[in-house]
Design a protein around this ligand. Structure first.
Ligand code: GLY
Length: 400
């Protein structure tokens, strides 16, 4: 009880007073000075990737030891990251060829707006068409995004209070922490259409996840299995983590980013508290290395020899660079410092690929699915996407 009270006081102090000083946090001058260089180098890498990409495919990963690529079709959960990264890189460099390639691949992606077999439509459609619409608003994009939001909502079940992540056997209803990342699309849909049902579904999902997905230390389970008729929690387990009770690094990153975005869209302080609590779990974790690039699971028994996950690091850095906007000056400085350390380390030759290598991907050393032994210590499109997003957010620090 004392621990709980102490924790609530710490969280309260983190958000009050929301000082305007938070807006004045300065970026690290050295990182700021090279951010554009990194973005230009990233754009050059993506042109290499583009040259290798078969016309009807999306990049998935590349195996540096064999020089082989893995491509996907538009239905793979990561299909939005390649166009999204191209759009961010176009924003950074104003290189029109990146924009043209983004427009080309968006045409291939569009049909996924009708996909009701996945919860990943936020990743797929909002990182891609959402960014395209932000850069150049078009009625066509709005309609694609609205249709995508409607498709996502078909997976909502009022009995569980959640959007279903993965289809499974009758009676089961699987929800993963990653699903928090798909809610932004629904908040957008309510703003665009004026129909509050998207907002209500997003908030209900966020509330149910808040209630059931987190442990007392504010780490999260990966997968919850609800009874699809009663809504009762039947299982708390993992799919991509080391163990059911472990803290899978990317899952913690998705939770951090997801609750930060949900606070932005709702201004409901309980989401801000959860985002701060997740940040505290990650940043104070004794197994977080000093370079702040997490091991693929905080509880991997092979630490310190366990693989690092650059994708988790990139997502955390980007999330912290938004979350710092909503907290007091002291906490904001901690978040910016942590993001600085992550971005500086991701930008060293250990993680950032040398020009012309890594098949054209930007970052090395991510872990996709360790238990399944797929995408182990490889480049991944979402590591690149959130790294580039974080660099762009970093550049904004001194403009405020
Ligand atoms: N399920 C999405 C991920 O691998 O992070």
């Amino acid at each position: 009880m004392r621990f709980f009270l102490l924790r609530m006081i710490v969280l309260f102090l983190a958000i009050l007073p929301l000082s305007s000083d938070a807006q004045k946090i300065k970026a690290d001058k050295k990182l700021l000075a090279v951010a554009d260089k990194y973005l230009t180098a990233a754009a050059a890498q993506y042109k290499i990737l583009q040259q290798q990409l078969p016309a009807d495919k999306f990049p998935k990963t590349y195996f540096p030891t064999t020089g082989k690529y893995e491509w996907s079709n538009s239905g793979w959960w990561c299909s939005g990251f390649y166009p999204g990264t191209l759009l961010y890189l176009y924003e950074a460099t104003k290189d029109a060829s990146l924009y043209q390639e983004a427009l080309r691949i968006l045409q291939l992606l569009e049909k996924e707006k009708n996909n009701t077999t996945t919860h990943d439509l936020g990743f797929m459609m909002f990182c891609s068409f959402g960014n395209a619409n932000r850069l150049q608003p078009k009625t066509e994009y709005n309609e694609i995004l609205l249709t995508s939001a409607k498709s996502l909502c078909t997976r909502f079940n009022p009995a569980t209070g959640c959007i279903k992540s993965w289809d499974s056997k009758k009676g089961d209803f699987l929800v993963i922490i990653d699903n928090m990342m798909n809610l932004e699309l629904l908040f957008w849909a309510t703003l665009y259409s004026g129909d509050s049902s998207f907002y209500k579904i997003a908030v209900t999902h966020a509330n149910t996840t808040l209630k059931n997905h987190f442990r007392s230390d504010n780490s999260s389970y990966h997968v919850l299995n609800y009874n699809s008729e009663t809504g009762a929690v039947q299982q708390k387990r993992t799919a991509q983590g080391f163990a059911d009770a472990s803290a899978w690094a990317r899952g913690q990153a998705w939770g951090l980013y997801g609750y930060t975005a949900t606070y932005r869209e709702t201004k409901d302080v309980q989401y801000l508290q959860q985002a701060n609590a997740i940040a505290a779990f990650i940043l104070n974790h004794p197994k977080l290395p000093s370079d702040k690039i997490p091991y693929w699971d905080f509880d991997a028994t092979t630490i310190p020899n366990a693989l690092r996950d650059a994708s988790a690091a990139a997502i955390i850095a980007s999330a912290l660079l938004e979350l710092k906007e909503y907290v007091n000056a002291k906490t904001a400085a901690q978040y910016v410092n942590a993001a600085t350390v992550i971005l500086k380390n991701l930008s060293t030759e250990k993680y950032r690929a040398a020009a012309g290598t890594n098949g054209g991907f930007i970052l090395q050393h991510s872990v996709g699915h360790f238990p399944q032994q797929t995408e182990i210590d490889v480049p991944l499109t979402y590591a690149d996407y959130y790294y580039v997003e974080a660099l762009l957010r970093y550049k904004q620090l001194n403009r405020k």
